[in-house]
Design a protein around this ligand. Structure first.
Ligand code: SF4
Length: 473
């Protein structure tokens, strides 16, 4: 849906490639495919085996890079990042990959996710003499690596990763190798692919498709991959914990053409729509979806209910981001510029409007108003996920319960606030069973924390580094 004006934002996308003469250029295409995961900044760091070279800037991928600039960072290995500022502020210093130079070689990191113990780790590191240049969680990892005291980089990195708590999918670049790591709960998606002899890693498989790479497998929770010119070696930095992939990746964040752990996102969303139609019965004339992320669920709802699917709302793809201003008037105008009702489709009709989620409720209210202003006689809102009642600590910017309409209102109160004729949410069980994962346990490998309040990790762990423990004694 309309991330920028709804308040539910993607959390970043990462990409890495090793062993290809056009690594920087292919990273650029990979970032294009991941653009929906972050529009505030983009960067590529490449290696020619001697030096790491960085190119990054604020804005969209197409604004940051030019062919000449990419040519200047040509290399055979590269990591890349698109950013939405969930942890830390905006500003060029926080745009990733973060690059660190030292007398023992350079190091670059791309990170997707949010650490729940970043503040504790930062405090400990600052007491040890670290000075941070950014407000990003990611810099913590670089300091932990440099301070670990182990002899080899691999040992240093594995030791550093073992202190991180929360969600992290990381790709790390050195002059002579690329390293990949995923948190022990596997909260964020991370896929491994091949392009000829080159290894590729990306937040979503749609980044493989755009460069012609083949999916090999998902990166496993707690895994640490070492990729060099000698090939790939799979190691671990931690034992895997209960798998807890972010459910919102299936419901909303990921592109419909991506597969997560072998499940196509479009197909999963269609099943959610079908399940919704099984759970409720509404007399209506047309079903429509809020573009883009709710279209698949709307098609599924239509197929199951037998109510025809129509294009009742269209998205204006050529609206820039700059108009999105904090003032209420401009926000209202923003919805009108981004979405238009198709009057001929909705006029005089009882409309079922399928959406993937409701965060604050303000955007839903505006879309219901758009449809009613266009002549819809009834607007029934059906949501292809359960009510979001709890904040996310893993990289999605739902940070306080206060901003969540479902945390503070009953479904009937929400219906009244958004001005709909009815409001229905999908059940938690209906969602989990229809996404299609088969992991053991009642959650089938999902994080459901924003729906249920049950977090897969400790949220505020008392992390103490080994050298700090000695001091405490
Ligand atoms: S709390 Fe919700 S948004 Fe956050 S990782 Fe879990 S499922 Fe995803």
């Amino acid at each position: 849906m309309l991330a920028e004006i709804r308040g539910l934002n993607e959390e970043c996308g990462i990409f890495g490639i090793w062993g290809h003469a056009n690594a920087a250029q292919l990273s650029y295409y990979g970032l294009h495919a991941l653009q929906h995961r972050g529009q505030e900044g983009a960067g590529i760091v490449s290696t020619d085996k001697n030096y790491l070279k960085a190119l990054k800037g604020e804005g969209m991928v197409s604004e940051v890079f030019t062919p000449e600039k990419i040519e200047a960072i040509a290399g055979t290995g590269a990591i890349a990042h698109v950013r939405y500022a969930t942890a830390g502020g905006s500003g060029i210093e926080n745009v990733q990959p973060l690059l660190f130079n030292s007398t023992t070689g350079s190091l670059a990191i791309s990170h997707n996710g949010n650490l729940v113990n970043a503040t504790e780790l930062k405090s400990h590191l600052e007491r040890q003499g670290s000075i941070f240049q950014t407000t990003s969680d990611t810099e913590v990892l670089a300091h932990l690596i440099k301070r670990s005291g182990y002899a080899t980089f691999e040992e240093q990195a594995k030791n550093a990763l073992s202190f991180l708590k929360g969600a992290f999918a990381c790709v790390i670049l050195k002059e002579e190798a690329m390293y990949v790591a995923l948190d022990p709960n596997g909260l964020r998606p991370l896929s491994l692919g091949k392009l000829g002899d080159a290894w590729v890693v990306a937040s979503e498989t749609c980044a493989f498709d755009i460069i012609g790479a083949e999916f090999v497998r998902s990166v496993e929770p707690g895994e640490f991959l070492v990729i060099t010119d000698d090939g790939l070696r799979a190691e671990r930095f931690a034992y895997p914990q209960e798998r807890s992939i972010c459910t919102m990746e299936y419901v909303y964040f990921s592109r419909p053409d991506s597969d997560i752990d072998g499940i196509n996102v479009h197909a999963a969303r269609k099943r959610l729509g079908k399940q919704l139609a099984k759970e409720i019965h509404i007399d209506a004339d047309v079903v429509t979806g809020v573009p883009d992320s709710s279209i698949s669920a709307a098609i599924g709802f239509s197929e199951e209910s037998g109510i025809p699917y129509e294009l009742g709302l269209i998205k204006n793809r050529y609206v820039g981001r700059t108009f999105i201003q904090p003032s209420q008037d401009l926000r209202e105008q923003g919805v009108k510029m981004k979405l238009s009702p198709v009057r001929q489709v909705v006029k005089g009709k009882r409309v079922i409007m399928v959406d993937d989620s409701i965060v604050r409720g303000t955007t839903s209210r505006r879309i219901v108003n758009l449809l009613k202003d266009a002549g819809a006689t009834e607007v029934h809102v059906v949501i292809s996920s359960p009510p979001i009642k709890s904040p996310c600590f893993y990289g999605i910017d739902i940070s306080t319960s206060g901003e969540l309409i479902a945390a503070n209102n009953s479904v009937e109160e929400m219906r009244e606030i958004i001005g709909a004729d009815s409001l229905t949410f999908l059940s938690v069980d209906g969602m989990v069973q229809n996404i299609g994962r088969t992991d053991p346990g009642p959650k089938c490998g999902h994080c459901l924390a924003c729906f249920t309040g049950e977090y897969p990790t400790n949220i505020f762990p008392d992390t103490v580094l080994p050298h700090e423990k000695e001091k405490v004694k």
